[in-house]
Design a protein around this ligand. Structure first.
Ligand code: SIN
Ligand code: CO
Length: 382
């Protein structure tokens, strides 16, 4: 349903990604919103959904966090409702987000959807992450500036804004237009009328996040117990001194843990986790046996990928005939290397049936993996 137009991926990656903001006029032709504001408000009532309502009334800013019991109570003055991870709940929103999969899945965070009434916005601010913002229904004026030293203000404890900036882009977006904003570029979007916006966000883990998660993995799997050792100790005038070569040895000791297959395994697992807001894992009594999955496959049933699910794997280094390993939401799956291409096609398709493949032998090698994917709540038979 959604397809990008007026956009060259290679030029974008070369000239704009992480470098310069860009407006893509009519990136989506005849754009149809994947959901409306009522559905968005419905999501914001649910416990498992992360949402905020930011409003400005008589010069003062208010921020309320979902889940909301009475959302209308907060819709005063100019207001925006922002809901995270909508791709995990609305299949068409997931499809819209996947139009940007020329940037790898592991770099994407989620699709944040906002509804704003006339004059609303979250104020001028700076984000740490790249974002594509798609204009849905309505129109909105977007101003984007260049990175610089801007003074920050907190008009509300949960709302970071900046002082004014000089825009290098100042455009009124129409439905189907897209803007790309690189990290650290100040921006401000003000709705000219009721409008919907879809933000495809990208993640860039920090050293701190990586170190913390890798250390947790090491503890969980009881890895890296090798200790510092020295057969020759240099004499020194002060016993408190740590020699440069000793520092180097410590660095080598730590680097050794990074230069292991454990690191590759942890990183793929880590990047595959989107911290899904709700688990669809089947209860023990509802789980499918491999025989049941095989029967469903042979009867031509469609297996549908759950909305928002993305599989990840590391590029294989050598031609060795090891199993093909992939991760979904931190869970590992493996299949004989010879079936890699089949599995890649499967993972890339929103739905799959044996009927469309006309190859019953697929059952023989695929049932076990498919049963695991279904029982984990990542695919479901329709
Ligand atoms: C929005 O209000 O939809 C986007 C907010 C932002 O600029 O990040
Ligand atoms: Co922003």
């Amino acid at each position: 349903m959604y397809q990008l137009h007026n956009f060259d991926q290679e030029t974008f990656l070369r000239d704009y990604w992480q470098k310069k903001p860009l407006v893509i006029k009519q990136g989506f032709r005849d754009f149809i919103d994947p959901l409306d504001e009522n559905e968005l408000a419905g999501l914001a009532l649910e416990d498992s959904v992360d949402s905020r309502l930011i409003s400005q009334h008589k010069e003062s800013w208010h921020v309320a966090h979902g889940p909301f019991e009475d959302i209308n109570a907060h819709c005063i003055g100019a207001w925006s409702l922002l809901v995270q991870k909508v791709d995990q709940f609305i299949p068409d929103a997931d499809e819209l987000m996947r139009c940007f999969a020329f940037i790898p899945h592991w770099r994407m965070t989620d699709l944040m959807v906002s509804f704003s009434n006339a004059k609303a916005g979250v104020g001028p601010h700076i984000d740490q992450y790249d974002v594509f913002i798609i204009q849905g229904k309505g129109t909105r004026r977007w101003q984007i500036g260049l990175p610089g030293n801007y003074s920050e203000s907190l008009p509300h404890a949960d709302l970071k804004q900046i002082s004014d900036f000089s825009p290098v882009i100042d455009e009124i977006l129409q439905p189907g237009d897209i803007i790309y904003i690189p990290p650290h570029h100040p921006h401000n979007g003000v709705a000219l009328e009721d409008c919907m916006n879809y933000s495809v966000g990208f993640r860039a883990p920090s050293q701190q996040e990586l170190l913390t998660s890798f250390a947790d993995y090491a503890l969980e799997h009881n890895l890296f117990n090798k200790r510092y050792k020295d057969q020759s100790v240099e004499l020194r005038p002060f016993p408190g001194e740590i020699k440069q070569q000793e520092l180097q040895q410590f660095k080598r000791l730590l680097l050794e843990s990074v230069n292991t297959p454990h690191f590759d395994h942890w990183l793929t697992q880590y990047l595959s986790e989107t911290n899904r807001l709700s688990s669809n894992e089947l209860n023990e009594e509802d789980k499918y046996s491999e025989a049941e999955i095989s029967e469903l496959l042979l009867s031509g049933v469609y297996f549908v990928r759950e909305t928002g699910i993305k599989a990840m794997f590391t590029e294989q280094q050598s031609t060795e005939n090891a199993d093909f390993i992939f991760f979904v939401e931190g869970q590992m799956f493996s299949i004989a290397a010879e079936h890699k291409n089949f599995v890649l096609n499967f993972l890339n398709s929103p739905n799959f049936s044996l009927e469309s493949q006309k190859k019953p032998e697929i059952c023989l090698f695929f049932t076990q993996t498919l049963a695991k994917l279904v029982n984990s709540g990542f695919w479901f038979p329709e």
